[in-house]
Ligand binder design. Structure first.
Ligand SMILES: [Zn+2]
Length: 200
């Protein structure tokens, strides 16, 4: 699940629009509206806090709202946002939560890829899933890394900047990163069509 965000389409978009749309769709009380405004205000400070333009953060805000991975590209800036989920579960208490670590990579480069995994992926720009090949492991080297941690149990969101070092991912996170990097390099995702499969 991802869509290439390019400068032409959303370069002038403001993140507030995302909530403004929803807000206009249905009536809400003052407390609800106040909560949304507080959230937006806190969120709006993030690009400034990290010295990045608002557009750079759009993929991260999209991942936070809608899940999945997103990317943004303009002539001077490329960012990718991905999510890593970890479920913490207490078998005795039969209770847990799924911690989300969102990574915003600024001007990332894929510096290593290992293995080949054939899989079906749905891209936001395609009508149906495509059969693609992804590396099982990737190393990504961004110029900057902003990490957002979302805890559904405490309902708290924190952010920090990580050292700009190569990060290694594998499995579904690696697939997602490779997908978004392909968007940045090729614009569209290339793969085999579902109709090329044969029923036995
Ligand atoms: Zn895609």
């Amino acid at each position: 699940m991802c869509i290439l965000l390019n400068a032409g389409r959303i370069g002038s978009a403001r993140t507030q629009c995302l909530y403004a749309f929803r807000a206009l769709e249905k009536p809400m009380d003052d407390a609800h509206l106040g909560g949304i405004l507080r959230f937006l205000k806190a969120e709006e400070h993030l690009p400034e806090r990290y010295g990045l333009p608002n557009e750079a953060f759009l993929p991260l805000f999209f991942t936070l709202r809608f899940g999945g991975a997103w990317c943004y590209a303009s002539a001077t800036l490329r960012t990718v946002s991905i999510m890593k989920k970890t479920t913490v579960y207490d078998d005795t208490a039969k209770a847990g939560y799924t911690l989300e670590e969102l990574f915003l990579f600024v001007d990332p480069e894929l510096v290593s890829r290992e293995g080949t995994v054939c899989r079906l992926e749905k891209c936001g720009e395609e009508e149906e899933r495509l059969r693609v090949e992804r590396p099982f492991k990737v190393g990504i080297a961004p110029e900057r890394i902003i990490k957002m941690t979302v805890n559904p149990r405490s309902m708290q969101i924190s952010t920090c900047e990580l050292p700009a070092e190569t990060m290694d991912f594998e499995g579904s996170t690696a697939f997602t990163i490779a997908h978004e990097m392909e968007h940045l390099e090729e614009t569209t995702i290339r793969g085999r069509h579902l109709w090329e499969f044969r029923f036995l």
